[in-house]
Design a protein around this ligand. Sequence first.
Ligand SMILES: [Zn+2]
Length: 420
Amino acid sequence: MNILYVNKFFHLVGGVERYFLELDRLMRKKGHQTSLFYMQHPLNNRSKWQKYSVSQISFHDPGLTKRWRQLARLFYSIEARSKISALIEETSPDIVHLHTIYHHLSPSIILAVKKRNLPLIQNLGDYHLVSANYNLFHNGAICEISQGGKFYKAFFHRCVKNSYYYSLVESAEKYLQALLGWEKGLVDLFIVPSLFMKNKLLEYGLPENKITCLPHFIDTGKYKYSGRQGSYLLYFGRLSEEKGLKFLLEVMKELPQIKLKIAGTGPEEDNLKDFVRGHKLKNVTFLGFLEGQNLIKTIAGSLAVIVPSLWPEVFGMSVLEAYSLGKPVIAADSGALPELVKDNRTGFLFKTADKEDILEKIKFLLNQPALIKKMGKEALKIAGEDYSPELHYRKIMKIYGNFAAGKKLKGNFSPGKGFF
Ligand SMILES: [Zn+2]
């Protein structure tokens, strides 16, 4: 099979990029041909598809002239459409699989793909298909104020970055897309990594036959499980408000007998460090950004991994990484996390943002080395069996095969007319 994979970034930014890169690697390993379409960036991996990549643009630049350029790019990129067309001409893919395309690539590429009648699949890694707000989280709480297509409410509520400007742009983008129906109408199938996300999209009105659930995968062979019990609690991931780190630090005030290590960077880093200094917390250490073997060693040295998210997580790769090293996970019961963490078997779930509940679970686990080991082994088994690359490959081939066999799924949405 010949597949064209599309994502705005071609370097590791978060879970979306990780899946984009690993899926491409898996498919090539299995003997399939793949090609890649993305935006230019100094951190990009080297690739023979570089000549088709679109020029770099940053949406953090506040300059007014650049803002006009940004807006044009966000709504419809002529460059992206023409370059993906040239790439399709060269590679003639059987199927096009999109990941995140918002802003940097724009939905113009969807029109290029559909003009050639190619099957089009999209993986969703956030809620932006149905909301101006990507993570349905705002001002310290879950925010679904624009549900029911009322995107203007996101503007008045400043749901995006607490800014009227960004909220206006994102809301306008959603109205335009709803009007044209490109994404919802022209994408043949949306793949989501959890049942939680599937149900959320159904709640927002997407038809069931347009959504399928396929969790991400992990190669446990790359993480050498030693069975050694570690000595500290660990959080690793982005340091942003919705990840619940501030809440976790409040919890650590009550647990002077145990250490917490925090690996990662993000917009909340300085605030969190100030909090630790201000409250004289001696049991919290910041490790900065870790990856590869350094991250693996840090997870391996932990007693358990904590995932205190406040937002409705769409998946939880950190849970699978912890499992691959035989570590139990104590996670909030938000979003997809209850699908990954088996309460009392591979760790514990606590009521999201409930300090008493998480304290009870941590204290209970601390004094039970045998239970920690047992849960870790069960976690490792689940990662290896339910989230293996082999199983993922079989499932995705089934999805691709349905299209290749001409059994295209019919959606209820009608595509925007006259835009070819
Ligand atoms: Zn809001």
